[in-house]
Design a protein around this ligand. Structure first.
Ligand code: DON
Length: 564
């Protein structure tokens, strides 16, 4: 057996060497049940330093969950626009030994003092920006609780040593890429509204590529979290710094909110698609249900007989997206507060009925709404040599969250309250509308589109994937899944394919680079807007190869894989 490591910034593929002798020995070993399976491991994330940290954990014998915790803390330092400890997210874990897949909802909750109309004025009009850029925009963060939970429950390495590399990165700094320097400069105005954010995230002359970016307060906070455990964040000194600041500045987040934060273990939403089983996040994410619903609809067509990214293909996708996003708006919300008709929405029968309507060229009814833009979230995928897999998407919501940092903490707070429906029918930052199902209530979780996915073949992880991009997450992930499962593309090929996004309302088709003739014909039916969609970080596990790939849509990502 030959071990090889190939690390190129975007892709790593390691093939086994097929020397006859080696093959003979392997067959012999497997005959005597000594050889169980190839030991491969891989990490794909948004930032090369986080990927390296994750790979080191795996190389030194940690499992996928250990690596995930180390990566999550690292991204909070090196990818501050989305990686976080002031936000929340979802983690899907496949435990190979038990052949069990679980999901953890460590997303933000609405503060106890929140209420349905908190973002409306006395006449019922939604006050612009209040749910995004104000002290009221933050939900109770869940990331620290999430990482401590998975580490205690499924990890094998002391969490302190998993946080240590991040403490060092924050204290000693890391080199800003051109993209990161420009991105920080782009949000200068946002940071200038908060004294701490201004101090940490702005420079009079702006940032440049190659600058060393140091976050002393964040390093101290991480050090305290490593030393004192999650109570540091939920009831300790850090908790007090956060809530004092919120109290003084007219916020509603209290110590009681932090100390009462609870994550949830949820049964993932799984469905079959041709030869595969697909698992993703259950509500309060809309991702799992919408993805399974769209796949069920599309299963009615032999997609590989249609050309990938052809007009016929996209029209089918658009129709499936139309129905799935309409249902998202009407029926999806936090399952502790609203009875989500999950079984119906993910049933094959329901999808078949929709498919018949699509064939009759019927579309669900609509009204027009405005579009707003904004995107920042981050996904990472991890596989360890025992076959455990982690698919994790977490966020502050829009880039750098609310832009608010409680003094002395270095923690950027999320603006996840915008994912609630501020008023029925009123679009959020992603143009998504909601209803009663997603209204604001104390301790409720806002509806999400984050869709960490694990696809199984023969009960083993086959594809680990996910994406940022707000409402476009689900359609990006759908197209990745179809490219891999129906069109047998490599991860790199799939990444090179232009994608579309349609979400029922607004009635606009978002698209990336596509053939001019295709754009011309799609234009006849829909208003088109060109827009770059979210970058995907995937791992594909085939019999003779493990492929890991960080989408080139954004720079700085890295995927590494070892196939032993
Ligand atoms: O949970 C959600 O659906 C949003 N808060 C995610 C935001 C996001 O993906 C931003 N983008 N890149």
């Amino acid at each position: 057996m030959v071990k090889g490591i190939l690390k190129i910034s975007q892709i790593s593929k390691i093939y086994t060497l097929k020397f006859p002798v080696i093959v003979f020995v392997l067959i012999l070993l497997s005959f005597f049940s000594l050889f169980v399976k190839a030991e491969s491991y891989a990490v794909a994330t948004r930032h090369h330093l986080a990927t390296d940290i994750g790979m080191k954990v795996l190389e030194e014998g940690g499992n996928a969950i250990d690596a995930a915790v180390a990566v999550a803390f690292a991204l909070a330092v090196v990818n501050p626009s989305a990686g976080n400890i002031g936000g929340g997210g979802f983690m899907l874990i496949h435990l190979a030994e038990k052949n069990e897949t679980i999901s953890i909802d460590y997303r933000e909750r609405a503060p106890i003092k929140s209420y349905e109309k908190m973002f409306q004025d006395s006449s019922g009009k939604v006050i612009k920006g209040l749910s995004l850029n104000s002290i009221l925009a933050s939900g109770v963060p869940g990331t620290v609780a999430g990482m401590f939970y998975v580490s205690e429950k499924f990890g094998t390495i002391d969490i302190k040593s998993l946080i240590n590399p991040s403490i060092n990165l924050a204290r000693k700094g890391f080199v800003l890429s051109d993209f990161q320097a420009k991105n920080l400069n782009k949000y200068k105005k946002k940071f200038e509204k908060n004294e701490e954010a201004k101090k940490i995230f702005t420079r009079a002359k702006g940032f440049s590529e190659g600058d060393i970016f140091i976050q002393i307060d964040l390093s101290k906070t991480l050090e305290k979290i490593a030393k004192n455990g999650k109570k540091e964040f939920y009831s300790g000194e850090t908790a007090k710094k956060i809530t004092n600041f919120f109290q003084i500045n007219g916020g509603i987040l209290t110590l009681e909110d932090l100390s009462q934060y609870k994550l949830r273990l949820l049964t993932p939403v799984c469905g079959s698609y041709r030869l595969y089983e697909i698992c993703s996040m259950a509500p309060p994410s809309s991702g799992g249900i919408a993805l399974i619903q769209m796949l069920n609809i599309l299963e009615n067509v032999d997609l590989n007989k249609i050309n990938n990214n052809s007009e016929e293909y996209f029209k089918l996708l658009i129709s499936s997206m139309d129905y799935a996003y309409k249902d998202r708006a009407n029926y999806l919300g936090d399952p502790d507060f609203f009875k989500v008709p999950q079984e119906l929405l993910t049933s094959k029968k329901y999808a078949d009925d929709i498919f018949k309507l699509i064939q009759e060229r019927k579309t669900p009814s609509k009204a027009n709404i405005n579009i707003i833009e904004g995107e920042e979230t981050t996904h990472f995928s991890i596989l360890d040599k025992w076959g455990n897999a982690v698919s994790n998407t977490y966020t502050l919501n829009t880039a750098y969250g609310s832009g608010i940092i409680p003094p002395g903490t270095g923690i950027l707070m999320n603006n996840e309250m915008d994912d609630f429906s501020s008023k029925p029918g009123h679009p959020n930052a992603y143009g998504l509308i909601g209803s009663e199902a997603n209204k604001i209530e104390p301790k409720k979780t806002p509806l999400s589109s984050m869709s960490p996915v694990i696809v199984f073949r023969d009960q083993r992880p086959y594809l680990i994937t996910g994406s940022p991009g707000g409402s476009t997450i689900i359609t990006s992930v759908l197209q990745e899944v179809l490219n891999i499962l129906d069109f047998q593309m490599s991860l790199e090929e799939s990444s090179g394919k232009g994608r579309i996004h349609y979400q029922h309302l607004p009635d606009i088709l978002f698209h990336e680079d596509l053939d001019d003739s295709l754009i011309e014909s799609l234009k006849k039916e829909k208003k088109l807007i060109k827009r770059k969609l979210g970058e995907i970080h995937s791992i594909l596990i085939k019999k003779d190869i493990v492929e890991a790939f960080s989408d080139k849509r954004r720079p700085d990502g890295k995927a590494s894989a070892v196939y032993e």
